[in-house]
Design a protein around this ligand. Structure first.
Ligand SMILES: [Zn+2]
Ligand SMILES: [Zn+2]
Length: 344
């Protein structure tokens, strides 16, 4: 690796403005690990911050879906060594706040963020690195973070084998939901307006691709003998879509609102629909360390296919183009090669 003094990062300095700047990292603490970032997946939430649609303050180095190699370890680190490949979790939870102590560290009230993964290196605590097996694809490991979020959302649906689950929005996140719901034993109905995304969903295990020309409620009822779906995920940020999906649920149906809606747009839902049909409406955001470990395990065991979700691989200096691709929803997952020399 370059000397720490020669590191750089792509910094989001203002909305729609990225700058290649020298990277200054804090000193390595005794329980810290210095890692060199190899590849980072672009998350729609990065694009939201880049577009000025988030409350996150700029300037900031974004990027949180990384795979990295350990470069140096603090004096008290015992579980990893320099040279080892890891997935670093740059969201550092305190472990002591009420949310952490209630088992919701994903909502940590004193959270800290490591320097982002569109920089050449970062420092995270030893507890935030997840070592890879020797055979794991580096590119596949960049999906650990989004899959961890998806696992959390899917658990809230309490799926039992044989139930019918509707996944609405078959971008990279929806395609992970399709696969996780299948692993829970569901029959999966996939909905999207784009034919190529539906085809991808079918190739990854969805049982039915719903006809985008047909109204969603009718399409779901036709596939469920008129009962409705047992559970549904809305993986596209739209209040109107959430309202429609709620009407596709059968008695006792569960709905997970997985995508944030920007700009703010309140829901209009008939309480009688929820009351009489005994619906359960949930949301989920981010991930816990348990979700992280389980997601990596699913990727490493080949139980969830992630490489078919990669549509583009770009160098770090083309990050702006990558953000534009994700924003315009052309392609699927865009991976950024931060240090292309780092491969195995
Ligand atoms: Zn993400
Ligand atoms: Zn906390």
């Amino acid at each position: 690796m370059n000397k720490t003094s020669e590191l750089h990062a792509m910094v989001c300095v203002a909305p729609f403005t990225l700058e290649w700047q020298p990277l200054t990292l804090p000193p390595l603490g005794p329980r810290d690990v210095l890692v060199q970032i190899a590849q980072t997946g672009i998350c729609p939430s990065d694009v939201r911050v880049y577009s000025g649609k988030s409350s996150i303050k700029l300037p900031k180095i974004l990027g949180h879906e990384a795979v990295a190699q350990v470069v140096a370890i603090g004096s008290e680190v015992t579980s990893v060594e320099p040279g080892q490949w890891v997935v670093p979790d740059g969201i550092i939870k305190c472990g002591m706040c009420p949310a952490c102590r209630k088992g919701r560290p994903n909502k940590c009230q004193r959270v800290r963020y490591a320097s982002g993964a569109y920089g050449e290196a970062t420092i995270v605590p030893e507890t935030n690195v997840y070592p890879l097996r020797k055979t794991t694809s580096l590119r596949a490991a960049t999906f650990t973070e989004p899959l961890a979020c998806v696992l959390r959302g899917e658990r809230m649906l309490h799926i039992t084998p044989g139930e019918t689950v509707l996944v609405v929005g078959c971008g990279p996140i929806g395609l992970l939901h399709v696969q996780v719901a299948k692993r829970f034993g569901a029959r999966v109905l996939a909905a999207d307006l784009k034919r190529e995304r539906l085809d991808k969903a079918l190739s990854l295990g969805a049982d039915v691709a719903l006809d985008p020309q047909q109204p969603l409620r009718e399409a779901v009822l036709a596939e469920t003998d008129g009962y409705g779906a047992d559970a549904a995920v809305v993986a596209f940020g739209s209040s109107r879509l959430v309202e429609t999906v709620a009407t596709t649920l059968g008695y006792g149906g569960r709905l997970n609102i997985f995508a944030g809606v920007y700009p703010k747009d309140p829901l209009s839902l008939d309480p009688n629909l929820i009351h009489y049909n005994e619906l359960v409406i949930t949301g989920s955001a981010d991930h816990t360390p348990i979700d992280y470990a389980e997601a990596l395990n699913l990727i490493e065991r080949g139980l969830i296919q992630v490489l078919p979700l990669v549509s583009d691989v770009i160098p770090l200096h083309e990050l702006q183009r990558g953000f534009e691709m994700v924003q315009s929803q052309q392609g699927l997952k865009v991976i950024v090669e931060v240090n292309p020399a780092l491969m195995r």
